[in-house]
Design a protein around this ligand. Structure first.
Ligand SMILES: C[S@@+](CC[C@H](N)C(=O)[O-])C[C@H]1O[C@@H](n2cnc3c(N)ncnc32)[C@H](O)[C@@H]1O
Length: 242
């Protein structure tokens, strides 16, 4: 009886004042169509005991990096991992490949839903740090600058083993740099998640598809096993040592 009364009281309150927003992380998980695959990929690296860290290339406002950190916290299966982001925080660099929508400097300001900042706000590393704090997550390590200037300073010296690499930097050149510079820390079973796989109308000689096929041609020790396609444009692979 008491439970029914509580439910009725809550329903009346929600009707009168509007339902309270769910916590930030719950909103992020619900709004992001990649969440389920992020969590499945974490489950895979944890279950298979792939050691090492989760590295993201292309952080923007920190939504995807925070989802990875939260997903790991749900069920780490005893694995310890660091959550690491690389980004210039200056938006997309120029590219020799034209895309129907993207322009240089896209992503320098916020262009979508974010729990802390409005559309049009400047994107800085502090936005990601604030998001992690608001979600109760440990602060991530952020390496600020073009991949070509930052990654070689910390891979493999600080991050000797990558368990999962989230490559969300849109362009062929950026993806090529991320893969080449991360190569010394790749290992058998590492999960590679490409956020922009089916852009450029899925042309196999453009964008992220071009970058991975060139990488595999020049690194004959690796073969890429398709894991799954997800959301609208994304595709994940597992690297297997020949
Ligand atoms: C689409 S956003 C990332 C979105 C984010 N992962 C998310 O889901 O919320 C792409 C980001 O890649 C960064 N980026 C692209 N190429 C880069 C490069 N060569 N070096 C550093 N950052 C780069 C841009 O600054 C931009 O913030």
């Amino acid at each position: 009886m008491k439970r029914t009364l509580n439910r009725v009281a809550r329903a009346v309150r929600d009707l009168a004042f509007g339902a309270p927003d769910p916590p930030i992380m719950t909103q992020m998980i619900r709004r992001d169509s990649r969440s389920a695959t992020f969590f499945a990929a974490l489950d895979y690296i944890n279950y298979e005991k792939i050691p090492g860290d989760v590295l993201e290339f292309g952080v923007f406002t920190g939504l995807s990096l925070a989802l990875f950190a939260q997903g790991h916290a749900f069920d780490p299966k005893g694995m310890t991992r660091r959550f690491v982001g690389f980004d210039s925080f200056e938006g997309l660099p120029p590219s020799a490949e034209a895309h129907a929508r993207w322009q240089p400097a896209d992503c320098a300001v916020n262009h979508g839903w974010h729990p802390l900042i409005p559309i049009g706000a400047r994107v800085t590393p502090q936005v990601t740090q604030d998001l992690f704090a608001a979600c109760g997550l440990q602060p991530p390590a952020l390496h600020i600058g073009p991949f070509s200037e930052t990654v070689h300073r910390v891979v493999p010296s600080v991050y000797p083993q990558i368990a999962l690499m989230h490559i969300d930097c849109d362009l062929y050149e950026s993806t090529r740099d991320a893969l080449t510079l991360a190569a010394p820390a790749l290992q058998d079973g590492v999960m590679l998640m490409f956020d922009d796989w089916f852009h450029y109308r899925s042309h196999p000689q453009k964008g992220q598809s071009r970058a991975l096929s060139e990488f595999l041609r020049s690194h004959a020790e690796w073969t890429a096993v398709p894991y799954r396609g997800y959301a609208t444009f994304c595709q994940a692979f597992i690297l297997s040592r020949r």
